[in-house]
Design a protein around this ligand. Structure first.
Ligand code: AHM
Ligand code: MG
Length: 329
């Protein structure tokens, strides 16, 4: 069993992942390498996010930097970083990114591994330019046939995920990860460039005191969502960052409920199943919470295409059950 380290014996993310693999007799070390690539991407993006404000204030974005090169927008840069790191790991065979219209199949058998990675390289785009917390979200599946990775490897139920996580670029940088046996949090120590375990075995309280939803959409909500919001606001505080990673990070640590339901304006909701809904639903369930569309469990969805969307409500078990009760009524 892993204990949080003392100052002399810190548990780094890599050390923790290796320990997980040592406990699984069939493990090959491939997932360790894949997660190392994701870790690298997160560290790189964390450092760029820190510099971004300055770059903006100096008026360089969208034009050219001092070397005369084009300055890439942060979300485009993050996408390039993750794509390149994942390919170079040699452990991925299919990549689905929010930034790319098509899934990317790694054709070269020498560069190809057994994992399918879905990711949103920089989520919370409306918060980038004002310096509010943003994040990276990822989900990992295993390919069905290593010699023939194809689109059916990502058009599948969230129940088949083998790992998922996110990294929040906030007042501190934190990676939250589950490989299917609970959820752990690792905080980046910038002085040594390592993620250190700070939140072992995260478990959601059965009920919280916060609801998190864009109430500006209330007029578009269906009756059950309206009824739930009317009821929850009588007793809970409202918090809404507008960055899914931050709103869910708070929900994981403090409990409560987050919702982005399908409504009459966004008929299938706003959040994307493969790289927003599935990873977050997986983490919340692994931490003892629940994730639902209102009428079905989010992880039982199967997307129709790689950028398909769904409504989602997730958080503390009893809070989500109150919402479900509004749908059943
Ligand atoms: P993005 O992928 O364009 O950044 O949109 C996703 C974000 C989520 O992080 C957040 O939960 C949601 O959009 C907020 O949407 P809204 O501004 O409609 O409340
Ligand atoms: Mg997004």
């Amino acid at each position: 069993a892993i204990k949080v380290g003392t100052g002399e014996d810190l548990v780094t993310l890599t050390r923790w992942v290796i320990a997980q693999q040592q406990e699984a007799p069939e493990a090959t070390g491939d997932l360790t390498l894949l997660l190392t690539a994701i870790q690298f991407g997160c560290k790189f993006v964390a450092s760029k996010v820190k510099q971004a404000g300055l770059v903006n204030l100096l008026g360089l974005t969208g034009t050219a930097n001092v070397q005369g090169e084009d300055v890439k927008k942060l979300d485009v840069l993050a996408n390039d970083i993750f794509r390149n790191a994942l390919i170079a790991s040699g452990k991925a065979c299919l990549l689905v990114s929010e930034e790319d219209e098509n899934a990317m199949i790694i054709e070269n058998p020498d560069q190809r591994g057994k994992y399918v990675v879905t990711f949103d390289p920089l989520d919370g785009s409306s918060n980038i330019d004002c310096g509010v917390s943003i994040g990276t979200i990822f989900g990992i599946f295993k390919v069905k046939d290593e010699s023939n990775p194809n689109i059916s490897d990502c058009i599948r139920s969230g129940r088949e995920l083998i790992a998922a996580g996110y990294c929040m670029y906030g007042s501190y940088c934190e990676m939250i990860l589950s490989v299917g046996n609970g959820v752990n949090g690792f905080t980046l120590d910038p002085s040594i460039g390592e993620f250190i375990m700070t939140h072992p075995k995260i478990s959601l309280p059965p009920r919280g005191k916060i609801y998190s939803i864009n109430e500006g959409n209330y007029k578009y909500f269906d009756e059950p969502s309206k009824k739930y919001v009317d009821q929850v606001k009588q007793k809970y505080s409202a918090r809404y960052v507008g960055s899914m990673v931050s709103d869910i990070h708070r929900t994981l640590l403090y409990g409560g409920i987050f919702g982005y339901p399908a409504d009459s304006k966004s008929k299938k909701g706003k959040l994307r199943i493969l790289y927003e809904v599935f990873p977050m639903a997986f983490l919340i369930e692994q931490a003892g919470g629940k994730a639902t569309t209102g009428t079905m469990n989010c992880l039982d969805l199967v997307p129709e295409h790689i950028h398909d969307r769904s409504g989602i409500w997730l958080g503390s078990k009893e809070d989500v059950e109150d919402l479900e009760a509004c749908y059943k009524a």
